[in-house]
Design a protein around this ligand. Structure first.
Ligand SMILES: CC(C)(COP(=O)(O)OP(=O)(O)OC[C@H]1O[C@@H](n2cnc3c(N)ncnc32)[C@H](O)[C@@H]1OP(=O)(O)O)[C@@H](O)C(=O)NCCC(=O)NCCS
Length: 140
Protein backbone atom coordinates (compact mmCIF):
# COMPACT_ATOMS: atom_id res chain seq x y z
CA UNK A 1 0.00 0.00 0.00
CA UNK A 2 1.50 3.38 -0.95
CA UNK A 3 2.01 5.74 2.00
CA UNK A 4 1.74 9.47 1.22
CA UNK A 5 3.64 12.13 3.18
CA UNK A 6 5.00 15.66 2.60
CA UNK A 7 8.38 15.78 0.86
CA UNK A 8 11.43 17.05 2.73
CA UNK A 9 14.80 18.33 1.52
CA UNK A 10 16.29 14.91 2.38
CA UNK A 11 14.05 13.37 -0.31
CA UNK A 12 15.44 15.55 -3.12
CA UNK A 13 18.12 13.12 -4.44
CA UNK A 14 15.53 10.31 -4.69
CA UNK A 15 12.96 12.70 -6.21
CA UNK A 16 15.57 13.55 -8.83
CA UNK A 17 16.01 9.82 -9.59
CA UNK A 18 12.24 9.35 -9.90
CA UNK A 19 11.96 12.42 -12.14
CA UNK A 20 14.57 11.00 -14.49
CA UNK A 21 13.41 7.38 -14.09
CA UNK A 22 10.41 7.46 -16.40
CA UNK A 23 10.53 6.62 -20.09
CA UNK A 24 7.53 8.84 -20.88
CA UNK A 25 7.06 12.58 -20.33
CA UNK A 26 10.78 12.98 -19.78
CA UNK A 27 12.23 16.44 -19.45
CA UNK A 28 13.77 17.28 -22.81
CA UNK A 29 15.24 20.46 -21.32
CA UNK A 30 16.13 20.06 -17.61
CA UNK A 31 16.63 23.84 -17.29
CA UNK A 32 12.84 24.19 -17.68
CA UNK A 33 12.51 22.98 -14.08
CA UNK A 34 14.54 25.24 -11.83
CA UNK A 35 15.74 24.55 -8.30
CA UNK A 36 13.85 27.69 -7.26
CA UNK A 37 10.55 26.23 -8.48
CA UNK A 38 11.18 22.92 -6.70
CA UNK A 39 12.06 24.80 -3.51
CA UNK A 40 8.96 26.98 -3.79
CA UNK A 41 6.66 23.95 -4.07
CA UNK A 42 8.36 22.39 -1.04
CA UNK A 43 8.28 25.51 1.14
CA UNK A 44 4.98 27.10 0.13
CA UNK A 45 2.78 24.79 -1.93
CA UNK A 46 1.89 21.07 -2.06
CA UNK A 47 4.78 18.62 -2.50
CA UNK A 48 4.06 15.00 -1.59
CA UNK A 49 5.96 11.72 -1.94
CA UNK A 50 4.69 8.14 -2.06
CA UNK A 51 6.56 5.35 -0.27
CA UNK A 52 6.30 1.60 -0.80
CA UNK A 53 6.04 -0.90 2.08
CA UNK A 54 9.83 -0.77 2.54
CA UNK A 55 9.72 3.02 2.98
CA UNK A 56 11.34 3.74 -0.40
CA UNK A 57 10.07 6.81 -2.25
CA UNK A 58 8.65 5.67 -5.60
CA UNK A 59 6.72 8.76 -6.73
CA UNK A 60 6.01 12.42 -6.06
CA UNK A 61 3.57 15.16 -6.95
CA UNK A 62 3.64 18.97 -6.81
CA UNK A 63 0.48 21.09 -6.84
CA UNK A 64 -0.11 24.84 -6.62
CA UNK A 65 -2.52 25.68 -3.79
CA UNK A 66 -3.08 29.17 -5.29
CA UNK A 67 -4.16 28.12 -8.79
CA UNK A 68 -5.22 24.47 -8.46
CA UNK A 69 -2.57 23.44 -11.02
CA UNK A 70 -0.90 20.01 -10.81
CA UNK A 71 2.66 20.86 -11.81
CA UNK A 72 4.17 17.36 -11.60
CA UNK A 73 3.18 13.73 -10.99
CA UNK A 74 5.81 11.05 -11.46
CA UNK A 75 6.15 7.40 -10.47
CA UNK A 76 9.42 5.64 -11.30
CA UNK A 77 8.95 3.10 -14.11
CA UNK A 78 9.65 0.00 -11.97
CA UNK A 79 6.92 0.97 -9.46
CA UNK A 80 4.15 1.96 -11.89
CA UNK A 81 0.69 0.33 -11.82
CA UNK A 82 0.91 -0.26 -8.05
CA UNK A 83 -1.36 2.60 -7.00
CA UNK A 84 1.28 5.29 -6.25
CA UNK A 85 0.05 7.68 -8.95
CA UNK A 86 -3.63 7.52 -8.01
CA UNK A 87 -2.83 7.79 -4.26
CA UNK A 88 -0.62 10.85 -4.85
CA UNK A 89 -3.22 12.50 -7.08
CA UNK A 90 -6.03 11.85 -4.61
CA UNK A 91 -3.96 13.33 -1.75
CA UNK A 92 -3.04 16.41 -3.82
CA UNK A 93 -6.68 16.97 -4.82
CA UNK A 94 -7.78 16.71 -1.19
CA UNK A 95 -5.27 19.43 -0.27
CA UNK A 96 -6.46 21.61 -3.17
CA UNK A 97 -10.03 21.09 -1.98
CA UNK A 98 -8.97 22.08 1.55
CA UNK A 99 -7.45 25.23 0.03
CA UNK A 100 -10.87 26.12 -1.43
CA UNK A 101 -10.58 24.79 -4.98
CA UNK A 102 -13.36 23.00 -6.79
CA UNK A 103 -11.38 22.17 -9.93
CA UNK A 104 -7.83 21.34 -10.97
CA UNK A 105 -5.95 21.35 -14.27
CA UNK A 106 -2.74 19.93 -15.71
CA UNK A 107 -1.18 19.01 -19.03
CA UNK A 108 0.57 15.87 -20.22
CA UNK A 109 2.08 14.43 -23.38
CA UNK A 110 -0.32 13.20 -26.06
CA UNK A 111 -0.38 9.45 -26.62
CA UNK A 112 1.30 8.60 -23.29
CA UNK A 113 0.27 6.23 -20.50
CA UNK A 114 -0.34 9.36 -18.41
CA UNK A 115 -3.01 10.50 -20.89
CA UNK A 116 -4.79 7.16 -20.40
CA UNK A 117 -4.21 7.32 -16.62
CA UNK A 118 -5.90 10.75 -16.29
CA UNK A 119 -8.81 9.58 -18.44
CA UNK A 120 -9.23 6.55 -16.14
CA UNK A 121 -9.10 8.85 -13.07
CA UNK A 122 -12.06 10.93 -14.25
CA UNK A 123 -10.18 13.89 -15.78
CA UNK A 124 -11.71 15.51 -18.88
CA UNK A 125 -9.46 16.23 -21.89
CA UNK A 126 -9.91 19.90 -22.87
CA UNK A 127 -7.81 19.86 -26.06
CA UNK A 128 -4.22 20.50 -27.09
CA UNK A 129 -2.01 23.24 -25.65
CA UNK A 130 0.38 25.26 -27.81
CA UNK A 131 3.17 22.71 -27.16
CA UNK A 132 0.81 19.91 -28.36
CA UNK A 133 0.38 18.48 -24.84
CA UNK A 134 -3.16 17.60 -23.74
CA UNK A 135 -4.81 19.83 -21.14
CA UNK A 136 -6.95 18.00 -18.56
CA UNK A 137 -9.42 19.37 -16.03
CA UNK A 138 -11.20 17.76 -13.13
CA UNK A 139 -13.93 19.16 -10.93
CA UNK A 140 -14.46 17.86 -7.42
C1 LIG B 1 1.01 8.51 -15.07
C2 LIG B 1 1.59 7.89 -13.82
C3 LIG B 1 1.85 8.98 -12.79
C4 LIG B 1 0.60 6.86 -13.24
O1 LIG B 1 1.11 6.36 -12.01
P1 LIG B 1 0.88 4.83 -11.55
O2 LIG B 1 1.37 4.69 -10.15
O3 LIG B 1 1.45 3.92 -12.55
O4 LIG B 1 -0.71 4.74 -11.60
P2 LIG B 1 -1.70 3.79 -10.76
O5 LIG B 1 -1.02 2.50 -10.41
O6 LIG B 1 -2.25 4.58 -9.62
O7 LIG B 1 -2.85 3.52 -11.86
C5 LIG B 1 -4.22 3.61 -11.55
C6 LIG B 1 -5.03 3.29 -12.78
O8 LIG B 1 -4.80 4.26 -13.82
C7 LIG B 1 -4.81 3.59 -15.12
N1 LIG B 1 -3.46 3.63 -15.72
C8 LIG B 1 -2.29 3.88 -15.10
N2 LIG B 1 -1.26 3.83 -16.00
C9 LIG B 1 -1.81 3.52 -17.18
C10 LIG B 1 -1.28 3.31 -18.49
N3 LIG B 1 0.03 3.42 -18.74
N4 LIG B 1 -2.14 3.00 -19.48
C11 LIG B 1 -3.46 2.89 -19.24
N5 LIG B 1 -4.04 3.08 -18.02
C12 LIG B 1 -3.21 3.38 -17.01
C13 LIG B 1 -5.24 2.16 -14.82
O9 LIG B 1 -6.66 2.14 -14.83
C14 LIG B 1 -4.70 1.96 -13.42
O10 LIG B 1 -5.35 0.92 -12.72
P3 LIG B 1 -4.83 -0.62 -12.96
O11 LIG B 1 -3.34 -0.63 -12.85
O12 LIG B 1 -5.52 -1.35 -11.84
O13 LIG B 1 -5.32 -1.00 -14.32
C15 LIG B 1 2.91 7.12 -14.13
O14 LIG B 1 2.64 6.19 -15.16
C16 LIG B 1 4.05 8.01 -14.56
O15 LIG B 1 4.76 8.59 -13.72
N6 LIG B 1 4.32 8.10 -15.89
C17 LIG B 1 5.51 8.76 -16.42
C18 LIG B 1 5.56 10.22 -16.09
C19 LIG B 1 4.34 10.94 -16.54
O16 LIG B 1 3.91 10.80 -17.67
N7 LIG B 1 3.79 11.77 -15.64
C20 LIG B 1 2.72 12.65 -15.92
C21 LIG B 1 3.32 13.92 -16.37
S1 LIG B 1 2.14 15.19 -16.17
Amino acid sequence: MPAIRPATRADLPRIHEVRHGTAENRLTDPSKVTDEEVQWYMDHAIFLVSEDDAGTVQGFTCANHQTGYIWALFVIDAAQRKGHGSALLEAALQRLKDAGHRQSHLSTGAGTGAERFYGAQGWAAMGQAVDASIVFRRTF
